[in-house]
Design a protein around this ligand. Structure first.
Ligand code: ZN
Length: 165
């Protein structure tokens, strides 16, 4: 891509933290993340003289001192339990009977399931989660309506959302 091509790139500045193949992390501060028109990462690294020259035509968005990192992956999360978060201080069975089972059974109401799924997705993205294995309730219809298309603002809107029960 020539210098002219980078004019369509958007450069985000921040404390860029990125994983390495070794399992360690690398931080660039101040760092940059260059994103192409198609939403793909073009480059990242230290926001030094070389990078500034390379992306001199690009639109720069300054997020400093915020951190820029890859999206988080939640490998196990229960959609019907969204409003049961923070209900701690009970023994397991008491906690299940008091909060979790009622939350799961409430998904018999498909309207509630659909609304909760929308709020759930917003909360995932707001917390930096871009990929998740999401568990629904035993209700087939609730699971179907919960498998909504990720919203337009979702970072991974091109990826399918996988839910199960
Ligand atoms: Zn679980």
């Amino acid at each position: 891509m020539g210098a002219k091509g980078y004019g369509r790139v958007r450069v985000h500045l921040g404390r860029v933290i990125t994983p390495l193949a070794s399992g360690e992390w690398q931080e660039f501060s101040p760092g940059f993340l260059a994103v192409g028109e198609d939403g793909r990462v073009v480059s990242c690294g230290e926001w030094d003289g070389s990078a500034k020259g390379r992306f001199s035509q690009a639109k720069v968005v300054d997020h400093l001192p915020c951190v820029i990192s890859p999206g988080f992956v939640d490998a196990h999360i229960h959609l019907p339990q969204l409003d049961a978060r923070g209900m701690a201080g009970y023994r397991l069975l008491e906690w299940l009977e008091r909060y979790i089972y009622p939350a799961e059974m409430a998904f018999e109401d498909t309207t509630l399931a659909r609304c909760t799924a929308r709020r759930f997705l917003r909360e995932l993205v707001a917390n930096g989660v871009t990929t998740a294995a999401i568990y629904s309730s035993v209700h087939c219809e609730a699971t179907q309506v919960s498998t909504v298309k990720p919203p337009r603002w979702s970072l991974r809107r091109r990826q399918p959302l996988v839910t199960g029960r």
